[in-house]
Design a protein around this ligand. Structure first.
Ligand code: UP5
Ligand code: MG
Length: 199
């Protein structure tokens, strides 16, 4: 049977911009599999016998970006598992990755020629909104980084390391920007328009 090359949309935006929320809505109506790099890292952190659990825990709490060797393996494994189970599932939303130069280099090294990056879906949102949403979620999320101290660091990392990656893709005409400061449904209406056109 024909093995399809994975088709990837990178989903980026600040902490709490709504990446996960919008990806969940996308998979309801479109043939995409949602892979959140953060969720994969949190699962690996919790896995018994993991050799990098403590390292991941420290990085997440500090709002720092985990070395790509760890993240890329989790992503690659998740993509392979998905495609092995169902060969029609070759379209992926990769949420929260690549976040810095190291991430991008790791992706290019490991995935070069093995996947097509169609575009970057960028949820654009001011930092006040990001902080408010994460603090609100922090009341019940149990996430170790939904507190003011970690959030300051996550925002700094986002501005210093992730924005330049988005800007790099922008120079290649590969960014689709959505104003993520509006309601979930308003944001999703724009997402739908993008996916209906080129998704
Ligand atoms: N909400 C969502 N949309 C809303 C809207 N339009 N209006 C009002 N409220 C809205 O949403 C956040 C909260 O806001 C929720 O309560 C939601 O209901 C509400 P969510 O959809 O979860 O936003 P999201 O952008 O996914 O926020 P998240 O906190 O997941 O973003 P981060 O990018 O900070 O977190 P992630 O899990 O991707 O990464 C966490 C950490 O893992 C990183 O800081 C880093 O340390 C590490 N990491 C790596 O090292 N490498 C990676 O590749 C990925 C992660
Ligand atoms: Mg998320």
């Amino acid at each position: 049977s024909l093995i399809m090359k994975p088709q990837v949309v990178f989903v980026l935006g600040g902490p709490g911009a709504g990446k996960g929320t919008q990806c969940s809505k996308i998979v309801e109506g479109y043939n995409y599999t949602h892979l959140s790099a953060g969720d994969l890292l949190r699962a690996e952190r919790a896995r018994e016998g993991s050799e990098c659990g403590q390292l991941i825990a420290n990085y997440i709490k500090e709002g720092k970006i985990v070395p790509v060797e760890i993240t890329i393996n989790l992503l690659k494994q998740a993509m392979e598992e998905t495609m092995q189970k169902d060969e029609k599932k070759f379209r992926f939303l990769i949420d929260g990755f690549p976040r810095n130069e190291d991430n991008l280099q790791g992706w290019n090294t490991v995935m070069d020629g093995k996947a097509d990056v169609k575009f970057v879906l960028f949820f654009d949102c001011g930092e006040e909104v990001c902080i408010d949403r994460c603090l609100e979620r922090g009341k019940s999320s149990g996430r170790t980084d939904d507190n003011r101290e970690s959030l300051e660091k996550r925002i700094q990392t986002y501005l210093q390391s992730t924005r330049p990656i988005i800007e790099l893709y922008e120079t290649h005409g590969k960014v689709r920007t959505v104003d993520a400061s509006r309601s979930v449904d308003e944001v999703f209406a724009d997402v739908k328009a993008i996916l209906d056109k080129e998704g």
